[in-house]
Design a protein around this ligand. Structure first.
Ligand code: ADP
Length: 505
């Protein structure tokens, strides 16, 4: 009885349910992709109802594959794509608009208008974030400003906002029919632009500047405590929901990077490097975000510095879907391996501007260094290398902010299956890159947070003992070559900037 914990991973491309045992090993899982809706250039949406349907389905498949029932599950943990905003009617449970996804850039005008008074960093000291289309606050405002009747309903107290953790929790606990709980955790709240890093409460003044009624906002809870139990209408009825962490913070937790000075980089659609700064709030001077790392119950929260890179794995998807150069992501390795170097080509995948450390919304993608010699193998190689170069720039920022250079980097995510990329990453960083045995660190982190709250795991030490090294790549490139490559990369980045002007935005 109660030998397992289930994690629900509501991601950008799919939703997963993964069941873990006490050693942190995967027992079974279910996964389902949802539609990526692109109504126009720069817009990305998901259907929240489809996501909720998929969550129920994947919970069912994870349980049935392992022949388990709710009686075997000690706790439910939730992790999620972070800044994606859902606004729904609390009386009917129906979303008033599709979820606006973190990559969506439609709110640039909102950002520009808000930044006209005080610049993009006007709230940064309080909330840790610059004004940018990336964060959910701008997306809530867009929905209230643009969806018929939404503002009036919100002001009447009828609408709720949540990132997908809130949406899933509210539905799992009874939704509109039976008192669903409307909560989020500190890590997700720290991505809205509205949470004060010190008080861990919504900032009334900022909400007012954005015109977002406080009644829409979920209650902010810790990342690990019993929030409630799953509603009787659901398969997991009665099981406590006891952990919520945004996906990148969950991966950090799943990597057992619990202490100050530890870091991980996740290589998926984008790349997200998180550096644990312990109980200290560190304000970046180098283009990083200040964010919540985790909070366990009543204990003091852990903060983090984060370098977010918008496009890494999705550049490989673009080679596949938009250029038709490959038919599956791993094929990029074969193409790249056919040439000894990038042939002088650099790809800066600034499809939605540049995130860390530049935060330039006027940048767009650039392929530079083209000659008659260049072929698709070089392009494939340059596409992979772009991930490593972007990560290097973020790590430089982390090292500059912390003053203590990292000596190795823990990695996870879909792209770390690519051996050549990981070797190049170690070469370009000049430090070792280390992959753990369980690479589903995001789901594992959510399971850990949930399991800790119900005593399934007794303390962080027990979780650290679960972490095991699978593979390590050490740098082989000489310094001169590394610096030559970095210089060219930085020059390429300058070519992507100042591309979008007012007229063509
Ligand atoms: P997410 O959780 O963001 O949806 P994943 O961690 O599942 O992403 O990683 C998927 C990403 O990794 C995709 O963008 C895909 O293009 C990329 N990817 C998968 N396999 C490889 C590979 N062998 N080489 C390079 N990129 C890969």
């Amino acid at each position: 009885m109660n030998q397992y914990v289930i994690a629900i991973d509501q991601g950008t491309t799919s939703s997963r349910a993964i069941i873990f045992d006490h050693s942190g090993n995967i027992v079974s899982s279910g996964q389902k992709e949802h539609e990526q809706i692109f109504p126009q250039a720069g817009w990305v949406e998901h259907n929240p109802v489809e996501i909720w349907d998929n969550i129920r389905e994947v919970i069912g498949s994870a349980l049935s594959k392992a022949n388990l029932t709710r009686h075997d599950i000690a706790a439910v943990g939730i992790t999620n794509q972070r800044e994606t905003a859902v606004v729904w009617d609390k009386n009917t449970g129906a979303p008033v608009y599709n979820a606006i996804v973190w990559q969506d850039t439609r709110t640039q005008d909102i950002v520009d208008k808000l930044a006209a008074d005080g610049g993009v960093d006007r709230f940064k000291h309080k909330v840790g974030l610059p004004l940018a289309t990336y964060f959910s606050g701008t997306k809530i405002k867009w929905i209230l400003d643009n969806v018929d009747g939404a503002r009036a309903k919100a002001e009447a107290g009828d609408l709720l906002f949540g990132t997908t953790d809130s949406w899933v929790t509210w539905n799992l606990t009874g939704g509109s029919t039976d008192g669903g709980i409307h909560i989020t955790d500190v890590t997700n709240a720290s991505r809205t632009l509205f949470m004060d890093l010190e008080t861990l409460a919504w900032d009334e003044d900022i909400l007012e500047v954005f015109g977002v009624p406080g009644s829409m906002m979920p209650e902010i809870r810790s990342s690990s405590e019993v929030y409630g139990t799953v509603h009787t209408s659901q398969l997991l009825r009665g099981v406590p929901i006891s952990g919520i962490l945004g996906d990148q913070q969950a991966a950090t937790f799943g990597q057992a990077a619990f202490d100050q000075g530890e870091a991980k980089n996740t290589y998926g659609t984008g790349c997200f490097l998180i550096f644990n700064t312990g109980e200290e709030i560190v304000h970046s001077k180098n283009g990083l975000l200040t964010t919540l790392g985790y909070q366990l119950g009543d204990a003091a929260p852990h903060y983090a510095l984060e370098g977010s890179i918008a496009v890494t794995g999705s550049l490989i998807q673009w080679l596949r879907d938009n250029l038709g150069m490959i038919s599956s992501a791993p094929e990029v390795e074969t193409l790249a391996a056919a040439v000894k170097d990038n042939g002088g080509v650099y790809i800066v995948p600034a499809f939605s501007g540049l995130f860390a450390p530049y935060w330039r919304s006027d940048a767009r993608g650039a392929i530079v260094g083209l000659t008659r010699f260049v072929n698709k193998n070089h392009i494939a190689r340059a596409a992979l290398e772009a991930t490593a170069f972007q990560t290097r720039e973020v790590l430089d920022a982390v090292n500059a902010d912390s003053g203590v250079p990292l000596t190795e980097l823990k990695v996870d995510g879909g792209m770390v299956a690519n051996d050549a990329l990981m070797q190049f990453q170690a070469d370009i960083l000049g430090v070792a890159v280390v992959r753990p045995k369980v690479v589903e660190t995001t789901a594992l982190g959510a399971a850990y947070a949930a399991g800790l709250a119900v005593g399934f795991w007794k303390d962080l030490g027990e979780l650290t003992a679960n972490w095991g090294e699978d593979k390590r790549w050490t740098p082989k490139m000489d310094d001169a070559e590394r610096f030559r490559q970095l210089r060219l990369w930085k020059k390429a980045v300058t070519k992507s900037m100042d591309w979008v002007d007012e007229d063509v935005k």
